[in-house]
Ligand binder design. Structure first.
Ligand SMILES: Cc1cc2nc3c(=O)[nH]c(=O)nc-3n(C[C@H](O)[C@H](O)[C@H](O)COP(=O)(O)OP(=O)(O)OC[C@H]3O[C@@H](n4cnc5c(N)ncnc54)[C@H](O)[C@@H]3O)c2cc1C
Length: 313
């Protein structure tokens, strides 16, 4: 039978909902047990929150000062040690998990399954490749521990209020490296909803034309309480910072509503919104590929249509 260890992602004392999404993927394996592992310098509130995730049996905590920041070099040896009694190790396929799990896999001497979108069995998964143009069946040898990152946009978050897991503090006796140290974390500050987890997102592309013009996107997003995203062309042109990029080399998101404004719909952009609910496209070119996937399309000048739409709302 399978026993799955899910690695908790957190920042500033708050559990990221990506953890509950990874738990959903773990539940799809129908394992004997799902445990969540929290590595932090202060675990208390994180453990209380993780214990509430539906489907979790135990929350294991490792509290030590070296775990104050999510340094993969520090966390990986501890996870590899704890993983010895598990059949699977899952982490979200976010920057955190993508940085961390390859090290865990290497320490365990196995390959990693990346970006799991469906579970076909305890050792069988699917994952996208070629910017989502192909879906691949991946099978892990049955005798091998499965180390996998979970594409968060493809899994709903397990309920974060109905669980009642037990919490256990554990000691992990393993030497930690001295070659890596935390210097600082730089991140954009915004009062708008977080792009990765927002239920509504308004994105602008090259068609918006300039950094100043992007105000029209921010204004519209604020009107409907949405996060702001962008195409890579808009980021490369310096209209917005790169943490707003949506797509293959940006954020993979699954909002209920996605509004693409002045975005042509290149495959590398579309791969980032594959799991979005309703897609609305505003583009002056009626032949733009974005209209092939849009549920609602408005053909016209964004500078005319957006204010009209805002007025109507
Ligand atoms: C390896 C690789 C990775 C990539 N990763 C990403 C990624 O993560 N995310 C991403 O987005 N791209 C990515 N790209 C780039 C991608 O191929 C496209 O170049 C990019 O998405 C185009 O951005 P855009 O749609 O804003 O620009 P364009 O393709 O130039 O489209 C602009 C659109 O705006 C419309 N428009 C112009 N003016 C107006 C107006 N006044 N009103 C209404 N519409 C107007 C035009 O009709 C046009 O359709 C990647 C490319 C490669 C090779």
């Amino acid at each position: 039978m399978s026993k799955i260890l899910v690695i908790a992602e957190h920042l500033d004392g708050k559990l990221n909902s990506s953890t509950a999404r990874a738990v959903s993927a773990a539940k799809a394996v129908a394992p004997e047990a799902i445990d969540v592992l929290i590595l932090a310098d202060r675990v208390e509130t994180l453990a209380v929150d993780a214990a509430k995730i539906d489907g979790v049996n135990r929350v294991l905590t490792v509290e030590r000062s070296e775990n104050a920041h999510a340094l993969a070099a520090m966390l990986a040896p501890q996870i590899a040690k704890v993983a010895a009694s598990y059949s699977h190790v899952f982490a979200p396929s976010t920057t955190f998990g993508k940085d961390l799990l390859p090290r865990v896999a290497a320490l365990l001497g196995v390959g990693q399954v990346s970006d799991v979108i469906t579970v076909a069995g305890p050792h069988a998964f699917t994952r996208p490749m070629y910017a989502g143009n192909a879906i691949v069946d991946v099978e892990v040898p049955a005798e091998q521990i499965v180390v996998a990152t979970i594409r968060t946009a493809s899994w709903p978050a397990a309920s974060m209020s109905s669980g009642s897991a037990t919490v256990e503090s554990i000691q992990v006796d393993v030497a930690l490296p001295t070659h890596t140290r935390f210097v600082e974390l730089k991140q954009g500050k915004s009062d708008r909803p977080d792009l990765q987890s927002a239920s509504r997102v308004v994105s602008g592309g090259r068609g918006v034309g300039s950094k100043e013009n992007f105000d029209i996107i921010y204004k519209f997003a604020d009107k409907i309480g949405a996060a702001v995203g962008a195409s890579r062309a808009a980021v490369d042109a310096g209209y917005v910072p790169n943490e707003l990029q949506v797509g293959q080399t940006g954020k993979i998101i699954a909002p209920e509503l996605y509004v693409a404004v002045g975005i042509s719909g290149a495959i590398q952009h579309l791969t980032g919104i594959k799991d979005a609910g309703t897609i609305v496209a505003i583009n002056k070119d009626g032949e733009a590929p974005i209209f092939e996937i849009a549920d609602i399309g408005l053909v016209g000048d964004l500078f005319k249509l957006l204010p009209e739409l805002e007025q109507a709302l």
